[in-house]
Design a protein around this ligand. Structure first.
Ligand code: ADP
Length: 244
């Protein structure tokens, strides 16, 4: 469970808070979609969950510890438990699918092993298994720069899975994909969520996708939670409140 306690974020020089007094319990097994207009605070929120963004005040409790009080090494271990995917994939374009996926191991290994690029037989087998899991086995030796956007996001998902995460975070992972591809990526995220029993938290600007896949929708407006309930309760009136 991820517990968010009185979380406030104010960026330097900003007049207003990007996040104001967020208090949430995110339970294992939930598939949470975060909705809200551009600038509502979605990205800031998701980045606070794995410590990429430090709040001005408040806590994110994971494994009974406030992640913002962890030492660097403990925070690194915590991040390994939280796989993350991004709008622009954050892959290394000139490396192959297989090489990119293997980098998912980096957080778990000693730096010298990473520098030397030494991977055990088990690590290599696991990378191939995850590539198969996202349906890219036939492309494993292709450079990532030669792939479509949807395929790139599949590589990023396989790389995140290699961390064996307990939480799966997505910061607008389908924002640059066409609608059909976006739906297929969400289907994949849903099947992975179920298979590995992950707590999944995804920012998305597409209400239809959120309603189709989420078990819970949280909507932000001006950095505050204005809706937190099951998708069926996200009515047209709520839509107007969130987006107008
Ligand atoms: P969303 O993901 O919903 O578009 P963000 O979390 O990116 O929202 O942004 C929330 C608010 O914080 C916006 O007003 C945005 O302009 C501001 N903001 C985001 N990142 C920064 C930053 N690095 N420095 C200053 N302001 C920022």
């Amino acid at each position: 469970m991820l517990q968010i306690e009185e979380l406030y974020v104010k960026y330097p020089k900003a007049n207003d808070h990007a996040l104001t007094n967020l208090k949430l319990s995110l339970q294992n097994g939930e598939f949470v979609c975060i909705l809200g207009k551009s600038g509502a605070g979605k990205s800031t929120f998701i980045r606070c969950l794995n410590g990429l963004q430090r709040p001005t005040s408040g806590a994110v409790i994971w494994n009974e510890q406030n992640i913002f009080q962890l030492k660097q090494e403990q925070l690194r271990k915590t991040r390994v438990e939280m796989g993350m995917i991004f709008q622009h994939f954050n892959l290394i374009p000139r490396l192959t699918v297989y090489q990119n996926v293997l980098t998912g191991m980096f957080g778990k290994r000693s730096p010298w092993k990473n520098i030397l690029g030494l991977f055990s037989k088990e690590e290599k087998q696991l990378a191939l298994k995850m590539i198969e899991r996202v349906d890219l086995y036939d492309h494993k030796d292709k450079r990532v720069e030669a792939l479509s956007g949807g395929q790139k996001q599949r590589v990023a998902i396989a790389r995140a899975l290699l961390q064996n995460p307990k939480v799966f975070l997505g910061d607008e992972p389908v924002a640059s994909l066409d609608p059909g591809t976006a739906t297929r990526i969400f289907s994949l995220l849903q099947s992975i969520h179920k298979k590995y029993d992950l707590l999944t938290i995804i920012n998305v600007h597409d209400v239809v996708l959120a309603k189709q896949f989420a078990t819970r929708i949280i909507a932000l407006k001006n950095g505050e939670v204005v809706f937190d309930d099951v998708p069926d309760k996200f009515t047209d009136e709520v839509y107007d409140l969130v987006y107008n």
